[in-house]
Design a protein. Structure first.
Length: 118
């Protein structure tokens, strides 16, 4: 008898609405309302690392004799659905839509302000 479960593979990468270098605002979670720049985008699991958001502490043991241990802080990844693109000029977060310019290039545009991101 065959198993009813089918093996579903995770896609290689997900399409995300944000890129490295974008300014975003966190819209849910413990860091709600914080604004920061995306340091790294991880499309394989649809997460992003935002500067100053989701700070974690890690206690490191000393590696060599005579060296002291330390407490290291770092930014952990958050899901890309928890962030929204942020306009520095208007100080407002907005959804995006994609428009094609006169040159035929596809760019991202903020819906609230009309500001072109790319």
């Amino acid at each position: 008898m065959r198993s009813l479960k089918t093996s579903k593979q995770k896609p290689a990468r997900y399409k995300m609405h944000v890129k490295k270098g974008d300014t975003v605002q966190v819209i849910s979670g413990k860091d709600k309302g914080k604004v920061g720049e995306i340091l790294q985008a991880i499309p394989s699991d649809s997460t992003v690392i935002v500067k100053g958001v989701n700070i974690r502490t890690k206690h490191q043991k000393p590696r060599q004799e005579g060296e002291s241990g330390q407490i290291v802080t770092y930014e952990a990844p958050i899901h890309s659905s928890k962030v929204m693109l942020y306009s520095e000029k208007e100080k407002v977060a907005s959804r995006i839509n994609y428009v094609i310019t006169e040159e035929g290039k596809k760019v991202r545009k903020l819906k609230k302000t009309g500001e072109i991101i790319d």
